[in-house]
Design a protein around this ligand. Structure first.
Ligand code: NBG
Length: 794
């Protein structure tokens, strides 16, 4: 790795300030300093990046192509600094220039090219692929506006366009020469047994590359994002006639494709746009990888020896038909062979069992936008029927089912936790699993320890380094060595002090945001994730109200002070989730204003939760809320981040909670609630929620309060419908798990007061979470699915 000292770093920053930003020191703004620092760091990745590419070509190595609609990469300055081991040097260099390091680093926008776990997982995977030296490309869309920015107005979620590209993106390299033309619509001409698609409409996909450097700068891969550009830039004829809007139309229409992540697809035009987005980035990626393959001079049949394509969920599932189209229509391969070759290249990860999240396209829409692919899917179906005798259809009752397409076109299908993978076999792809019993495998998710411990938790990092040395960030199971210090009271004190420091940081941040003063010694109880009914933020809130009631009844009891922290966005069209957000804010307002209870209970909900906020809150958490209805959370990765940073979990037996509990030990995990099987059985019972409410006076009281407007005095009926839903269609079994959840929370109150006992559990969580490194996950994919090796140390 290139070594550079503070003086050199300083002069590199100044050089960029002058020659890249065109500013002198006297007039430089925070933006100028931040860009100069970023560019100075970026320079240092270029050599390892080139070297990695050269090694890959020399070794004739197989490459992994990770196709994902989302890459939730967050900020990159610290990430790069940490991976290059330049955190100290850069900090000193910035300080020596008279700048406040934190202000400079926090100026970087949080790249919101994703919305939740799936996108963040993709970002962790890129980090691990580079750390392990596996030749790989991430392929996605360069959304001009990523996910929306969330604000609260009278407690309601308001969405505004996110503008991360308003300023130049320091890390990317524009590649105007890497441009592919992507077609839509039109018809298919068949003659002499050969088919040719003639699209009616075209846009260009233009590449932007961001190098992704691994631990210690030994290897760097590429994140290649596609921007949509018009094939015909500008209609000069209209312009000259004075029709300026019409002149700009082709450009505006083309750019729409890479404008936003998850366009509202409740309308027909929204659906069409989304399908086009998926085909757009998938087709560009497949063309790009075929071009690279061809440049190496291999026979086309050898494709699977050189190319592994991972479909991150069904969004890029059209990769199957697209690859077949190119092999058959462009390279003249027979269809059946093309199907075989494509399948050997492709693998598919499923991330959810929720039926509404499994994509289906209206067949007419699909056939109109992608007529050739529609035809190819019929051929895939026929081949599948012949080969397996299975009656499972891809095109069924007027829709194209992307889950079935992805499954049938993949040589491996994986779930993301042990429980989830079993449920995928049993409930999701039951028949297909019978036909192909070896196809489904499990790869339990993981998280990168570089970002999610080393970089976000400097106080704990320092302590760990001191106790077990510094080679744990790429060998996380080494954390197990911390267990040897479990009876060392000095170590425990310092572990506690590290947590206290992180909590203090959060207290200051909250104060700065809106003036709220919180008690940094309270138990920090944190639920941060997308707002969704199955994740049951509502149950957490009902428990909050019940606790508030309890404290009001007995204000002189020895309560454990608690700070409830919520964070998360709801999908713009998800009305119920937005109602839950509003209720949290309404409850927070009432509860926080109660001077009898607020020494013991406060609720905060900072707006616009994102990766950066997670990096601040996770190291400060005492308690991690992982309380989904069992059987609904595929894995979770937030659960891993918290436990790694020494928070204890209150959780159901769902997703990766099951494996976390096995590893950290049942006595260091607060389990409650129905199991996945019990959930299914309970739903069968008539009136299960009324029964649950009737048997819990505590819950009944809370519901009465909410229903009667105790938290919405300006509009008492605001939550009548919400309460009615819980009584009548409590699909996610909030009412059934409530009592057990409340009881477990009180057990936590008691345990937290025994500060030594609590710290012991927290240390054991950190020490035993090593297995959840995404390096372990990626090694699993490399071995079981991709058949590739790392080249880093070779
Ligand atoms: C999410 C699951 C999480 C899981 C992540 C990453 C989708 C569709 N699924 O449980 O809900 O941790 O994927 O695998 O975003």
């Amino acid at each position: 790795m290139q070594q550079i000292d503070t003086k050199q770093m300083r002069s590199e920053i100044l050089r960029h300030l002058k020659y890249s930003l065109g500013k002198d020191e006297q007039h430089a703004t925070v933006y100028d300093w931040r860009m100069s620092l970023s560019l100075a760091l970026r320079d240092l990745i270029v050599d390892p990046w080139f070297a990695s590419t050269r090694r890959t070509y020399e070794a004739g190595a197989k490459r992994v192509y990770y196709l994902s609609m989302e890459f939730l990469i967050g900020r990159l300055i610290e990430d790069v600094m940490v991976n290059l081991r330049l955190d100290v040097v850069a900090r000193d260099a910035v300080a020596s220039l008279g700048q406040d390091y934190d202000i400079v680093v926090y100026d970087e926008p949080d790249a919101a090219l994703g919305n939740g776990g799936l996108g963040r997982l993709a970002a962790c995977f890129l980090d691990s692929l580079s750390t392990l030296g596996i030749p790989a490309y991430g392929y996605g869309i360069r959304y001009e506006h990523g996910l929306f920015e969330q604000a609260f107005e009278d407690g309601r979620q308001i969405e505004a366009a996110e503008n991360w590209l308003a300023q130049k993106h320091a890390w990317e390299f524009e590649r105007p020469e890497v441009t592919y033309t992507i077609g839509f619509g039109g018809d298919v001409q068949t003659s002499g047994g050969k088919s040719k698609w003639r699209p009616a409409e075209t846009v260009n996909a233009s590449a932007y590359d961001t190098p992704v450097v691994g631990w210690q700068g030994k290897w760097a891969n590429t994140l290649r994002l596609w921007a949509a550009k018009p094939t015909r830039l500008f209609d000069l004829e209209s312009f000259n006639r004075g029709n300026y809007l019409a002149a700009a139309e082709p450009e505006a229409l083309a750019r729409t494709i890479s404008r936003v992540l998850y366009p509202d697809d409740t309308t027909d035009t929204g659906k069409e746009l989304r399908l086009k987005q998926e085909y757009f980035f998938t087709a560009a990626s497949i063309q790009d990888l075929l071009r690279r393959f061809a440049s190496e001079g291999h026979e086309i049949d050898a494709l699977p020896n050189h190319v592994a394509i991972q479909l991150n969920d069904t969004h890029p599932a059209v990769a199957g038909p697209e690859l077949i189209r190119l092999l058959a229509d462009e390279h003249g391969m027979a269809i059946d062979r093309a199907i075989g070759v494509a399948r050997q290249c492709l693998a598919y990860t499923n991330h959810t069992l929720l039926p509404e999240a499994l994509e289906r396209w209206d067949e007419d829409l699909f056939a109109r936008i992608l007529p050739r692919h529609h035809g190819i899917i019929e051929l895939i179906e026929e081949a599948h029927r012949k080969e397996s005798g299975s009656t499972v259809r891809i095109i069924d009752e007027g829709s194209v089912k992307m889950g079935e397409l992805a499954f049938i076109m993949a040589h491996k299908v994986n779930g993301v936790s042990a429980l989830h993978s079993e449920l995928v076999k049993e409930n999701l792809f039951t028949e297909l699993h019978e036909s192909y019993p070896d196809r489904i495998t499990n790869q339990t998710n993981g998280i990168t320890p570089r970002r999610w411990l080393y970089s976000c938790n400097p106080s704990l990092r320092g302590l760990i380094n001191e106790k077990i040395g510094t080679d744990w960030p790429d060998d996380l199971e080494k954390l197990a060595q911390l267990e040897a210090h479990i009876d060392d009271s000095d170590f425990a004190d310092r572990f506690r002090a590290a947590k206290a420091y992180n909590k203090q940081r959060v207290a200051e941040w909250i104060k700065q945001r809106d003036g709220t003063v919180i008690d940094p010694s309270a138990l920090f109880d944190v639920q941060i994730k997308r707002v969704h009914e199955y994740k049951r933020q509502l149950m957490n809130l009902l428990e909050t109200v019940a606790l508030w009631n309890e404290i009001r009844n007995n204000p002189n009891e020895n309560w454990t002070p608690r700070l409830k922290i919520f964070g998360g966005k709801a999908a713009p069209g998800y009305v119920i989730a937005k109602e839950i957000i509003r209720l949290i804010n309404d409850v927070a307002k009432t509860v926080n204003a109660d001077t009898t209870t607020n020494p013991f209970l406060q609720v905060i909900y900072p707006e616009n939760y994102n990766v950066t906020m997670a990096e601040l809150l996770i190291p400060a958490a005492d308690l991690s809320e992982q309380i989904s209805t069992a059987g609904k959370e595929a894995s979770g990765t937030g659960n891993m981040k918290f436990a790694l940073n020494g928070a204890l979990t209150i959780g159901t037996l769902d997703g990766a909670n099951v494996e976390i509990r096995e590893r950290v030990g049942a006595e260091n995990f607060y389990l409650f609630g129905l199991t996945a099987d019990e959930v299914v059985a309970r739903r069968e019972r008539k009136d299960f929620s009324r029964e649950a409410i009737a048997s819990s006076p505590r819950l009944a009281r809370v519901l009465r309060q909410i229903e009667s407007g105790a938290f919405s005095p300006d509009e008492p009926s605001r939550y009548v419908a919400l309460v009615r839903r819980l009584q009548e269609h409590d699909y996610f079994l909030v009412t059934c798990d409530f009592d057990d959840y409340f009881r477990t929370q009180r057990e936590i109150d008691r345990d937290y007061r025994d500060s030594e006992g609590w710290t012991r559990k927290a240390i054991l969580n950190t020490a035993r979470m090593g297995w959840f490194s995404s390096d372990r996950t990626i090694s699993g994919y490399a071995r079981d699915i991709w058949n590739v090796n790392g080249l880093r140390d070779g």
